[in-house]
Design a protein around this ligand. Structure first.
Ligand SMILES: [Zn+2]
Length: 159
């Protein structure tokens, strides 16, 4: 009895000590397990999204300036005789069409960025819009404004 009590005491102390060390270790350990679930650095993603939005608005502005310049160029060309060179007109039309498609694409992306920023506010960033499952951090880093998980995106593209 006495010997048992003697050995029990240091064993208890040891256990307490062990608990203490694991206690400090769980701090980082818990953070690691939590990050396995979509525990995203929302602040960083918001920053990146805002940067991307800024960049795209810049592109839109540059495009508008280009279109305006081309408009002026067009009227200048039209004042000259341009029947000799119909190829230029065709190229012009083609370029304008490409710009319009690009512009539409930019607007689409900007819309998705706004949507993603809204998802950050409502704490659903990184959650798939369709199935509610997690969107991997890797996917979000590659495509900041991804609102669908890779599976749902795949199903969408199959249709
Ligand atoms: Zn999904």
């Amino acid at each position: 009895m006495v010997t048992r009590a003697k050995t029990a005491k240091p064993a208890r102390a040891q256990a307490a000590r062990r608990r203490k060390t694991t206690g400090t270790r769980t701090k980082t350990g818990a953070a690691r397990t939590r990050s396995r679930k979509p525990r995203l650095n929302l602040k960083m993603f918001r920053q990146l999204l805002l940067q991307e939005r800024e960049r795209l608005y810049g592109e839109l502005e540059a495009m508008a300036a280009r279109t305006a310049r081309r408009g002026k160029l067009d009227s200048a060309i039209h004042e000259q005789d341009f029947d000799d060179n119909p190829g230029d007109a065709a190229t012009e039309t083609l370029e304008r069409g490409t710009d319009m498609a690009l512009e539409r694409n930019l607007h689409d992306i900007l819309e998705q960025i706004e949507h993603s920023l809204g998802k950050i506010e409502s704490r659903t960033y990184g959650v798939c819009d369709v199935c509610g499952g997690p969107i991997t951090e890797r996917r979000l880093k590659a495509l900041l404004y991804a609102v669908l998980c890779i599976q749902c995106q795949g199903r969408l593209e199959e249709r």
